[in-house]
Design a protein around this ligand. Structure first.
Ligand SMILES: NC(=O)c1ccc[n+]([C@@H]2O[C@H](COP(=O)([O-])OP(=O)(O)OC[C@H]3O[C@@H](n4cnc5c(N)ncnc54)[C@H](O)[C@@H]3O)[C@@H](O)[C@H]2O)c1
Length: 256
């Protein structure tokens, strides 16, 4: 699918990896609809990038909220071609620690945002994208999900986060198989460690140096623009489907 003149929903698009996707797709002539909770950051991006970006204050875990966001996107741009799921969060918590046992609501919250939220947006976006007129090759849309290296080598304290991200890996192929009937491709990226507010903002120089050293090559954290470049490739390369791509400088996370 050509990014030029396409319309993309980008969840978590107000910050980090999602924001980089907004910038990259706009730079290639596309339009972006940011689904995020952070209205201040979303509004700032709209003011900076102009009429090719729309912000919708959406909670990805809510059916009503996502449906409203999709209506807003349809009103402004008339179609949705691409959905990029970046909204997500983490809360490192041990099963048992000096603070006590892992609160069940923390586990449930991470699963609800990362996994249920991703699925919620997929199902409602597919409903809309399936109505698109097919392109020359029968393509109607592309969905890109964000998993994590933690889906495969989760660290101590990442039970909920790893479970949520592994489930995104697990649902990629069945959803791609099903959506093949509608000409919609589904691909998941599993990033290693990327320099975003989620990971990079609140760390000391020592921690940053230690994180950089964990990556075989290049020995640094990933740049959000590198993630966005992979999203662009997935959108443009029609033969990518049903796959999970690690984007991680060959990092394999240690136990802690
Ligand atoms: N940064 C990394 O190293 C890294 C590594 C692997 C995977 N990831 C994944 O990449 C994705 C993006 O992370 P990031 O690093 O850009 O983080 P980030 O915190 O910069 O951005 C995440 C965005 O998601 C939004 N969000 C959270 N809950 C939401 C909800 N319920 N509804 C709508 N929006 C919501 C936040 O407001 C935020 O703007 C996440 O799914 C994260 O798990 C990040």
């Amino acid at each position: 699918m050509n990014v030029q003149d396409s319309v993309a929903i980008i969840t978590g698009g107000a910050s980090g990896l999602g924001e980089a996707c907004v910038r990259t797709l706009i730079a290639r002539g596309g339009k972006a609809v940011i689904f995020d909770l952070q209205a201040d950051l979303g509004g700032k991006l709209v003011r900076e990038l102009g009429d090719n970006v729309l912000f919708a204050q959406v909670d990805v875990t809510s059916t009503e909220s996502v449906a409203q966001g999709i209506s807003k996107a349809m009103e402004k741009y008339g179609k949705i071609d691409i959905t990029v799921n970046c909204a997500g969060t983490g809360a490192p918590t041990k099963v048992l620690s000096k603070k006590g046992v892992h609160p069940l609501e923390v586990f449930t919250r991470i699963i609800t945002i990362n996994l249920v939220g991703t699925f919620n947006v997929i199902r409602l976006a597919v409903e809309q994208m399936a109505k698109n007129a097919p392109g020359e090759s029968g393509e109607k849309g592309v969905i890109v999900n964000t998993s994590s290296a933690a889906a495969f080598d989760g660290q101590i304290g990442q039970a909920a986060y790893s479970a949520s991200k592994a489930a995104i890996v697990g649902m990629t192929l069945p959803i791609a198989r099903e959506c093949a009937d509608y000409g919609i491709r589904v691909v998941t990226i599993a990033p290693g460690i990327f320099d975003t507010p989620l990971l990079g903002s609140n760390i000391t120089a020592e921690v940053r140096a230690a994180l950089n050293k964990m990556v075989p090559f290049p020995q640094r954290m990933g740049r959000p623009a590198e993630f966005a470049s992979m999203v662009r490739e997935i959108v443009e390369n029609q033969y990518l489907n049903g796959e999970v791509i690690r984007l991680d400088g060959a990092i394999r996370m240690a136990a802690k």
